[in-house]
Design a protein around this ligand. Structure first.
Ligand code: PMP
Length: 292
């Protein structure tokens, strides 16, 4: 038996969860989405994900049929109906069905669906030993064209970058913004440590404001670590003491090699290891999650 999917007000079997070929989410990548985790019976940072979804929708002028409160219930209920206490949840709102023109005004009603499935994680070895990443040639979208702050269905920018990282045999690709400053990885945010200070690019560098990013910054501050949001370049990462990526799927993952340069001692750094542990403990204690 397949999964139970939420689709526009109903919970249906996977094989009946169908959207139109005229849906503008499919025709134009017109829509927004979230990737959310549930850990041992709690949906992690649900409010933050729902907020980002609605802010993105608002920005692209997309009306969501469900209220934020209903949407939170949809996420919880989709997990429940699939008997999942640990899950990777994909919540999607598309512009809906229209005609072949790209005009969003031709789409009277948006489409919402929610999938709760399991996740294939990076191998634990990568968390112990760290991963190698490379700079990709594809620049992150400029905010004035397709704002990276909106988690839109238009992921081609990131897919190009991921292809380049794959070609280089790297675990992830680091994307620069149009000015050459480090923006983020293809599906994760970037942090580095220098002289005990934790640094990550500011939102205006052109990146997605990751829920994990914000959580890790908070955990670091709780530890008394100074956290700065500043623009930086590839060289700052080459000469960093430590580096790691954050994301809902990856959580906190150490980076030990960048463009062939060894970072720090070539193994996960002390602050990185501490934050991995803090993040894991935070999850274990359910953080401030929503009960399934
Ligand atoms: N940047 C991009 C481009 C992403 O797709 C993601 C994953 N959603 C992230 C950063 C990390 O965000 P979060 O911590 O909210 O998963």
């Amino acid at each position: 038996m397949g999964l139970i999917i939420y689709l526009d007000g109903q919970y249906v079997e996977e094989e009946n969860a169908k959207v139109s070929v005229f849906d503008h989410g499919l025709l134009y990548g017109d829509g927004v989405f979230e990737g959310i985790r549930a850990y041992h019976g709690f949906v992690f940072k649900l409010k933050e994900h729902i907020d980002r979804l609605y802010q993105g929708a608002h920005t692209i002028g997309l009306r969501i049929n469900e209220t934020p409160e209903e949407m939170a219930q949809v996420v919880v209920e989709t997990c429940r109906r699939n008997n999942l206490t640990d899950a990777y949840i994909r919540l999607v709102v598309t512009r809906g069905k229209g005609d072949l023109g790209l005009d969003p005004n031709k789409c009277p009603k948006s489409t919402t669906f929610c999938i709760a499935a399991t996740i294939k994680l990076y191998p634990e070895e990568l968390y112990q030993k760290g991963m190698g990443v490379v700079t990709v040639a594809t620049r992150r979208n400029i905010a004035e064209a397709c704002n990276p702050r909106v988690k839109s269905l238009n992921y081609l920018n990131n897919i190009y970058a991921k292809m380049e990282a794959n070609l280089a045999g790297a675990g992830e690709g680091i994307m620069l913004n149009n000015e050459g400053y480090v923006a983020e990885a293809t599906g994760d945010n970037v942090f580095y440590v220098k002289n005990g200070v934790l640094i990550t690019p500011p939102i205006y560098a052109g990146l997605l404001e990751g829920v994990t990013r914000n959580c890790v910054m908070e955990l670091a501050r709780k530890r008394g670590i100074e956290v700065k949001e500043t623009l930086f370049t590839r060289m700052d990462l080459y000469t960093a003491d430590e580096c790691f990526l954050t994301g809902t799927a990856a959580e906190v993952i150490p980076v030990v090699k960048y463009d062939g340069r060894v970072i720090g001692k070539g193994e996960p750094g002390e602050i990185t290891k501490m934050l991995i542990e803090d993040y894991r403990n935070y999850i274990k204690n359910a953080g401030d999650g929503e009960r399934i």
